[in-house]
Write a protein that binds this ligand. Structure first.
Ligand code: SF4
Length: 430
């Protein structure tokens, strides 16, 4: 009998869509940012591309930490913040990601301080790793106004941590638990980033991770990312961690979603579970537009996607010439913008149809009727008044769609690195 693997079919469709639609033209000169909307306050994303060690599965824009280069980079980043401010951008929220933003705490604090001098910021979220959770650094971050800390844990299982090459640098599962316990109550939101569907992860190791999260430490929020592979990391990853089997992903997701909800967490997005409302990692869902500064950052402004240069040397040269690091622009048609809106809004669980119609001049449902009809036919969404909401099976579909979307973004990062041959030499293979 012929059986269709529906999950694989959808994954392959989205992969092909990404290949055709997510291509930044190879820019040869700086790309100016559009003028900001005067009435709008934006989220500011800052990218810190430094890490103490480079994990084999990671496809983010990151290089090995080196103090003097990092100091120069932070100087340029502060200059870029000033340039964006002079151009009229107003920010009310700050998200610092990487890389490992806390790799140089003094520079990070100085940079946050500069943003706060220039803008009225109501929320600051910073990503970190478990080895940066010393008492002093936590107090300094709090004093700098950081109210949400997101810790990259990935798993508490020592064998998996060893395979990820994180055990030595970031500590064993038991050490990480101890550090997280010490932090309870230190920030408005303490988020832990986990990964599921590692090649050598079993149902038992996943269940043990879940038990630790809900019974042994009381973090406010947990984000479970499905393991993602991209062309540049595939080989290294399969050598060190094994080959990814997407056929197991749904079962793992169902286990973790059931466990978290049975233990008092609600879904803030398809893969983020929170004990209370608050800022979450996927700021791209909550904010219609955002500005990203720093090498390798992305911005979504006026319906177009912008990328900064992925060459740190090039970034420094641009800033020394008083130019921003923006280097490529992906123009999106109105239909693409609608699909982006649909993808991001339903990732949070629901889409407000009235808001979507207002935003797209009353053309949203009319234009996207094939997508909306297909989603209803397969039982992924349901109408609830003005809201379109995900069903239980729709949540897993969205995990797949977002996994493929981020894989597309990560492959785009590869492409951006290739657009500048010099940059590839600087970054190395990780
Ligand atoms: S997973 Fe985190 S710590 Fe590891 S290389 Fe990527 S950004 Fe750096």
């Amino acid at each position: 009998m012929f059986a269709v693997n529906f999950d694989a079919l959808i994954g392959s469709f989205v992969r092909q869509y990404n290949r055709h639609n997510m291509n930044f033209p190879a820019a040869t000169s700086g790309t100016p940012l559009p003028a900001p909307d005067p009435g709008q306050r934006y989220l500011l994303y800052l990218h810190i591309p430094y890490c103490a060690v480079l994990c084999p599965f990671c496809s983010f824009h990151r290089v090995r930490y080196e103090p003097s280069g990092a100091r120069q980079y932070f100087d340029c980043l502060r200059r870029e913040i000033e340039l964006a401010t002079s151009a009229g951008f107003k920010f009310d929220e700050l998200y610092v990601g990487g890389g490992t933003p806390t790799v140089s705490p003094a520079e990070l604090i100085k940079t946050i301080g500069r943003v706060r001098e220039l803008h009225s910021i109501t929320g600051i979220s910073v990503e970190t790793n478990p080895d940066d959770l010393g008492k002093d650094s936590l107090a300094t971050l709090r004093a700098a106004g950081v109210n949400r800390l997101s810790v990259g844990v990935q798993s508490f299982d020592d064998d998996l941590l060893r395979e990820m090459q994180r055990l030595e640098r970031y500590g064993s599962g038991a050490e990480i638990i101890e550090r997280l316990r010490r932090m309870e109550g230190s920030f408005d939101t303490l988020n832990v980033d986990m990964i599921f569907n590692f090649p050598h992860q079993t149902e038992a190791t996943l269940r043990r991770d879940l038990q630790i999260l809900t019974e042994e430490i009381g973090v406010d929020q947990v984000s479970f990312y499905p393991l993602m592979t991209v062309n540049s990391t595939k080989k290294k990853m399969s050598e060190t961690m094994g080959r990814v089997d997407y056929a197991r992903e749904r079962a793992f997701y169902e286990i973790l979603a059931e466990h978290m909800q049975a233990n008092g967490y609600t879904r803030s997005s398809a893969w983020c579970f929170s004990q209370k409302p608050g800022m979450f990692d996927e700021y791209i869902v909550e904010r219609d537009q955002y500005l990203g500064l720093g090498s390798g950052s992305f911005s979504y402004l006026a319906g177009n996607l912008y990328s900064s240069t992925f060459s740190i040397n090039h970034y420094v040269r641009l800033l020394e010439a008083d130019k921003t690091g923006t280097f490529g622009r992906l123009d999106m048609s109105e239909r693409d913008q609608m699909r982006y809106h649909l993808l991001m809004q339903l990732f949070s669980g629901s889409l407000d149809k009235t808001v979507a119609e207002e935003r797209f001049g009353g053309r949203f449902q009319r234009t996207l009727w094939p997508e909306l009809t297909m989603l209803q036919t397969i039982g992924a969404v349901r109408n609830a008044g003005v809201q379109l909401t995900l069903t239980e099976s729709g949540y897993y579909l969205w995990v797949m769609l977002m996994r493929e979307f981020f894989t597309g973004v990560n492959n785009l990062r590869d492409q951006m690195r290739h657009n500048i041959p010099l940059e590839t030499a600087i970054l190395g293979s990780g």
